[in-house]
Design a protein around this ligand. Structure first.
Ligand code: NAP
Ligand code: MG
Length: 468
């Protein structure tokens, strides 16, 4: 078992003030695979100081110079792709299939897209006699979740640094090894010291201290809506900018005349891949009443082909939940669904034995006001709801505190019309590809701001007008 004793700040791996370690557990085997140092407030202070000192010089470098560093980061990510994948499978439990097809390739695709958009971005413009300049804010505190442990980091660090900011990142406690690997890549690139800094530690302690630090200018957070809401208080004390990517409870709406089996499988895929631990998962499937029986048959047939088990096995589709506590949360939601009168069509139990496994589960007879249709389960649980009219389907889809993603499958014009009426940041129509240059982010309680592409970059840019 490896012990990680250092924090990365001011350009090197530093001896921590802290003597406290936290276990990293492989959720498939329940073995402790590593121990990681938990930063104290003093450690966080030093990392923030390093970032603060590095900012003025980094902010004055040319956009081109900054892009050269990030291009180099991308090259090393590609070279170390299989190390990153193995680490993600070990500490998250994502299946090898999903890690190799999505987790890391998506990070590479999105980073490539951001760099390509950046190359066309103009940092200066004129309005009458005013010279408008866009530049970094200062120190960005990045706090990231465990579900896409590498790309959630990439999505924040790439635009922050390109914009001229310096960063301190506090990754999720369940998946710090992926973050440490990311820091190793940054070390190899040889950024000026203090531009990139990593502190590992718990959200409630190191994370809370970091986001409330007076020398932090931007809080960029991806995680639960509950924690996200609390960040407003911290941001308020020194008027920090907030970028929030929070939870979701997204809808797939199937319209008559569309490809039903495609709609059913596309929704199911989002709660099977990554064990449903995806913020944009289409966990509510809406079908017309008279398509329900056919939908149920399709789901039973499809789920019979899904293999759950060892994430390193090539044929495994569904691995374990990230932690025992995540498994307990998912099982409590399944129990709640049963109590509220929904009917279990498939699954519905924990899988006994070693590892935090839950059966892929489908509920039918679900009402939109039920807890399992309103709250984010973040597990392999699909809810199927029925509707009479399209207006009713749209109203139910929008009747949610969240507004992150959504999908419509149906005749082209009609499907686009429905997509326009969904109150969400993304909508996929008939399986449209999500170009990595497009913005990602949520309406309502799903967040504030956008990630990826030019919109993602703009969230990290201050704007100055100089009147000449
Ligand atoms: P979480 O509990 O909110 O944790 C996210 C991060 O915040 C972790 O690094 C966590 O540290 C840290 N944290 C926790 N409490 C904190 C506090 N008081 N102050 C500062 N930092 C704190 O979320 P999670 O349970 O790990 O992740 C799942 C959630 O993330 C889901 O709700 C999901 O929808 C959301 N998510 C959203 C997106 C998106 O793009 N919209 C993407 C992925 C996930 P510890 O790990 O040490 O607790
Ligand atoms: Mg948590």
């Amino acid at each position: 078992m490896k012990k990680y004793e250092h924090l990365f700040y001011d350009g090197k791996w530093q001896i921590a003030d802290s003597q406290v370690f936290s276990d990293v557990v492989n959720p498939a085997t329940e073995e402790v695979i590593a121990q990681v140092i938990q930063a104290t407030h003093q450690d966080v202070d030093q990392a923030v100081q390093a970032a603060k000192q590095a900012f003025p010089t980094w902010n004055q470098t040319s956009p081109k110079e900054r892009a050269v560093y990030l291009e180099k980061v991308l090259e090393i990510i590609k070279r170390r792709q299989s190390d990153i994948e193995t680490t993600i499978i070990q500490e998250l439990g994502a299946s090898k299939q999903f890690t190799q097809n999505a987790q890391v390739p998506i990070a590479i695709r999105e980073m490539t897209a951001t760099l390509s958009e950046f190359a066309t971005f103009s940092f200066e413009e004129t309005i009458d006699n005013a010279l408008i300049i866009k530049e970094g804010f200062g120190v960005v505190a990045c706090v990231t979740p465990w579900n896409y442990p590498f790309n959630q980091i990439q999505r924040k660090i790439t635009p922050s640094l390109l914009a001229g900011n310096t960063v301190v990142i506090k990754p999720a406690s369940n998946t710090p090894l992926t973050a440490i690997l990311y820091a190793e890549i940054m070390e190899e690139v040889g950024l000026p010291k203090g531009v990139f800094n990593l502190v590992t530690g718990s959200g409630g302690d190191a994370g809370d201290y970091l986001v409330s630090h007076p020398d932090v200018d931007v809080i960029s957070f991806t995680g639960s809506t509950e924690v996200g809401k609390n960040l407003y208080h911290h941001a308020a004390t020194t008027v920090k900018k907030l970028v929030l990517e929070l939870g979701g409870k997204s809808a797939m709406i199937y319209l008559k005349g569309g490809d039903l089996s495609y709609a059913v499988e596309a929704a199911a895929n989002t709660v099977l891949d990554n064990q449903g631990q995806t913020c944009s998962a289409l966990s509510r499937l809406f079908v017309p009443h008279d398509a329900l029986e056919q939908t149920k048959e399709m789901l039973k047939k499809y789920y019979a082909t899904i293999q759950v088990g060892d994430p390193f096995e090539e044929t495994t589709r569904v691995g374990p939940m990230v932690s025992d506590s995540q498994r307990q949360t998912v099982l409590a939601y399944i129990q709640k669904g049963k109590e509220e009168g929904a009917e279990v069509l498939i699954g519905g139990h924990a899988i006994e034995g070693t590892g935090y496994f839950v059966e892929p589960t489908v509920f039918v007879q679900v009402k939109n006001e039920m807890t399992i249709a309103q709250e984010e389960i973040f597990g392999p649980v699909l809810t199927v709801l029925t509707y009479e009219t399209i207006e009713e389907a749209i109203a139910m889809a929008n009747d949610s505190i969240y507004g992150l993603s959504g999908a419509v499958v149906g005749p082209k014009e009609e499907a686009e019309k429905v997509a326009r009426q969904l109150r969400t940041g993304n909508v996929i129509v008939n399986g449209g590809n999500r170009t990595a240059k497009a913005p990602f982010g949520g309406y309502k309680q799903s967040g504030l701001g956008r990630e990826n592409g030019l919109y993602g970059l703009e969230d990290y840019l201050e704007i100055k007008a100089i009147f000449l």
